[in-house]
Write a protein that binds this ligand. Structure first.
Ligand SMILES: Nc1nc2c(c(=O)[nH]1)N[C@H]1C(S)=C(S)[C@@H](COP(=O)(O)OP(=O)(O)OC[C@H]3O[C@@H](n4cnc5c(=O)[nH]c(N)nc54)[C@H](O)[C@@H]3O)O[C@H]1N2
Ligand SMILES: Nc1nc2c(c(=O)[nH]1)N[C@H]1C(S)=C(S)[C@@H](COP(=O)(O)OP(=O)(O)OC[C@H]3O[C@@H](n4cnc5c(=O)[nH]c(N)nc54)[C@H](O)[C@@H]3O)O[C@H]1N2
Ligand code: SF4
Ligand SMILES: [Mo]
Length: 697
């Protein structure tokens, strides 16, 4: 039986897989021990690719919604109808919008077509999962290094101390940090004498193998980070070393930071002052140290501030661009070098005047753009590989807005909480009929590598790959409006050109089917900087204004009383879209709320009880696990559930409830437009009424 080498497309880890097939059937999936990056690692989701290929709920042809029923159409009819409806909406003055979901980042060929679709839709700012995710990283990098795609990556193979804030790579397998086999790499680091420190309101799986874990009040990381910088300064441990001549605005940044007092900051984040000095002394001890922050600090009210501060800490301790610190990659395709540096505020959203950030509007503002009448009101929406009803705050409001659209087209294989509201669903073929190249992920890997995985087979008759669906949709929309689009980008040819620009070629990469190891990261500054004078701009005006304005106001109100909600991920999940895989659905319920014993006792809640959770956006009910792994004053509920909404066709997935029926559209990181998913104010109580009315899905 043939065995195919492949890269797993599900998460950012990019594990090498060996896929044994018989005909078009997947017989077995194992980790590829010869993959230079993943060394044979595989998680349960990698095996679930077999389920994705064979899912009986997967759509196999375009679908049109007629009332509550779905009718299958052929592609030509579907695209012609969509084109005609869209042209009529545009002729009547209606505007369009585009929402691009997370799986797009894992399909290089699809990503190459969105430009044409934007043109055909006539949209300037797009909506995407980025503003419920990593946009604060990008904005901080744009300000500091002059390019939004210059991500500093922890050099885990050489570090002595890895500090993780708001990330749980043992569950997520790493994010904005492609690091397959992360658990073993952490234990290898520890075996070399290295240390892992985790800062998280929950004693996460990663905290469970850490040498030190500290709780932190959700949303308060900037307070801790400023306090650490001030403590370093007090101890005379600020030593940027060879970075010093590159630093612009360094003194201005310090002047702004010195307005704050460690004692006030400590109170806000719930740390003792001595603990802050102790950690600062460790960070400043001159050893190679990598400070890394992820979604728990990005999707927070001061997400951009937090990432600016994390970068400053790496700079202040001399760990930016240093072996064993955080480093910039040298990928085979230089995504940063072949795209614009980024932008903020070139244009603004219609209803709330949000500035575009990297050409995007906040996902939280999509609902109001659809629901608010007036010139420019969004009447037509295309969603590519997204499930915004479950992934964007206040899903209830968004769902109501989507329901009012004149045209909603969803490019999705499944009938989900979002696509069930579409007028047309355009389903792509299953994943193994698509080529794979980690275009956006290789640049954030812990080590440089390239790997191309050709499709195992052609799509079945009547099915299309994502990139073809989107390219043809763009052409149909353009043709119906009399707009001339150039012919679609051919992904393999385009990829080859991009590889050649970096001195490689597709043929060279394909000659290494298990992957081409391009070595560890090397120091790249100052050359790699995109700022005009090759400086690191340490005191961006907008960030300093946020610090001395909004943050200072927040600090004056701390500590705030009350219970707040955060999220988490489970190794057997991926956002909202793997729940229908039988391999992953089995086992105990995952949609469980974690409650500290003190908070549970105060509300008369016992382990296993159904708990009602309410916020200003809504109410859901989920079973409780009473545990001191979550700090007092905080509860944790995973996101990606809520499949019990009427009309969803995921017959295997456990419904659960949607975390984003509780999150608020009003809580955002103002600088980046990113949703503050962590720290939603909530109340809890026993859920008698909710259980009886069946709101639990
Ligand atoms: N409360 C809370 N909300 C969150 C988060 C959180 O931590 N807490 N995390 C946020 C993050 S980090 C992200 S990235 C977003 C994700 O938000 P989204 O990108 O909006 O949603 P996903 O849940 O990833 O759903 C992806 C959709 O793509 C479809 N799909 C899967 N594979 C393919 C494919 O190959 N082609 C196509 N066309 N479609 C496909 C799936 O069926 C599913 O409907 O959610 C965010 N929302
Ligand atoms: N198994 C699995 N893997 C995934 C996904 C998935 O859904 N399932 N999703 C993928 C996607 S799209 C992404 S973006 C990545 C995300 O990858 P990670 O960033 O590693 O995401 P999480 O596992 O949610 O870890 C976030 C951690 O932040 C903590 N936290 C919450 N609030 C705060 C806070 O205010 N401060 C601090 N310091 N910590 C806080 C949470 O308790 C949690 O442990 O994972 C990817 N990988
Ligand atoms: S860790 Fe991520 S890339 Fe690796 S097998 Fe699991 S889902 Fe796939
Ligand atoms: Mo994400």
């Amino acid at each position: 039986m043939p065995v195919h080498t492949r890269t797993c497309h599900i998460c950012e880890a990019n594990c090498g897989l060996l896929i044994e097939t018989e005909g078009r059937r997947v017989v077995r999936i194992t980790g590829d021990a010869d993959d230079p990056i993943s060394r044979g690692h595989i998680c349960p989701k990698g095996n679930a690719i077999a389920d994705l290929e064979a899912d009986p709920d997967r759509l196999t042809s375009p679908m049109k919604r007629v009332g509550n029923d779905w009718v299958a159409l052929d592609w030509d009819t579907a695209l012609a109808e969509i084109g005609a409806k869209f042209a009529a909406i545009r002729a009547a003055g209606g505007a369009a919008a585009l929402y691009v979901g997370n799986p797009t980042a894992h399909d290089f060929a699809l990503g190459m077509q969105t430009g044409a679709l934007k043109k055909a839709l006539g949209v300037r700012g797009v909506y995407s999962a980025s503003t419920v995710d990593q946009m604060p990283h990008q904005l901080a990098q744009y300000y500091l290094y002059g390019h939004n795609a210059l991500f500093p990556i922890p050099d885990i193979e050489r570090t002595r101390h890895l500090v993780i804030l708001g990330g749980n790579p043992l569950a997520s397998n790493g994010s904005v940090w492609t690091i397959p086999d992360v658990k073993r790499r952490i234990t290898e680091m520890q075996a070399r004498g290295g240390k892992l420190t985790v800062i998280d309101p929950r004693r996460s799986e990663t905290a469970g193998i850490a040498d030190a874990h500290h709780f932190i009040r959700p949303g308060s990381d900037p307070a801790l980070l400023i306090a650490l910088l001030l403590a370093l300064d007090e101890a005379g441990l600020v030593q940027p070393g060879r970075l010093a001549p590159m630093l612009e605005g360094w003194d201005d940044a310090w002047a702004a930071l010195r307005q704050f007092r460690i004692a006030d900051l400590a109170r806000a984040c719930g740390w003792d002052v001595p603990a802050i000095h102790a950690l600062a002394a460790e960070l400043g001890n001159g050893q190679p140290t990598a400070i890394y922050g992820r979604i728990g600090v990005s999707t927070a009210p001061f997400g951009t501030l937090a990432h600016w501060l994390i970068n400053l800490l790496n700079i202040a301790t001399g760990n930016l661009d240093r072996e064993g610190g955080v480093m910039f990659s040298s990928p085979a395709v230089d995504v940063a070098g072949s795209s614009g540096p980024g932008s903020r505020g070139r244009f603004f959203s219609r209803v709330s005047g949000h500035p575009e950030v990297m050409g995007e509007f906040p996902a939280v503002s999509l609902a109001e753009e659809i629901a608010t009448p007036g010139e420019g009101q969004v009447k037509a929406l295309v969603v590519i590989a997204g499930n915004p009803v479950l992934s964007v705050p206040d899903g209830g409001a968004l769902e109501a807005a989507l329901d009012g659209l004149e045209l909603l087209v969803s490019v999705d294989p499944m009938i989900t909480a979002s696509s069930r509201l579409a007028h047309y669903i355009l389903p792509p073929c299953p994943p193994l009929a698509k080529d794979h190249y980690p275009l956006l992920l290789a640049p954030i890997a812990f080590r440089n590598f390239a790997k191309f995985s050709p499709a195992l087979w052609e799509p079945l008759d009547g099915q299309k790959r994502d990139w073809e669906v989107v390219a043809e949709l763009a052409q149909a929309l353009a043709a119906a409006q009399g707009i001339n689009l150039p012919p679609p980008v051919q992904p393999r040819e385009q990829l080859d050109r991009m590889l050649q620009k970096g001195g490689h070629s597709l043929a060279e990469v394909m000659a290494h089917p298990n992957g081409l190891d391009l070595g560890p990261h090397v120091p790249r500054l100052p050359d790699r900087l995109f700022t005009p004078g090759k400086t690191i701009r340490c005191a961006p005006e907008a960030v300093i204004a946020d610090l001395t304005g909004r943050f200072a106001d927040w600090l004056a109100r701390q500590p705030e009383p009350g219970l707040v909600l955060i999220g988490r991920r489970h190794i057997r999940s991926n956002n909202s879209w793997l729940g229908n895989a039988p391999r992953l659905a089995k086992g105990p319920d995952k949609c469980i709320v974690l409650i500290n014993p003190a908070d549970a006792a105060a509300q008369g809640i016992g382990d296993g009880d159904l708990v009602q959770i309410s916020s200003a956006a809504g109410t859901v009910a989920a079973p409780a696990r009473v545990t001191d792994e979550i700090m007092a004053g905080v509860i944790s509920l995973p996101h990606g559930f809520g499949h019990g909404r009427p009309g969803v066709r995921l017959s295997v997935a456990k419904p659960g409830v949607s975390h984003n029926d509780l999150t608020l559209r009003t809580r955002i990181d103002v600088l980046s437009g990113t949703a503050a998913l962590v720290g939603t104010p909530v109340t809890i109580g026993p859920a008698f009424a909710v259980a009886a009315s069946g709101t639990n899905g």
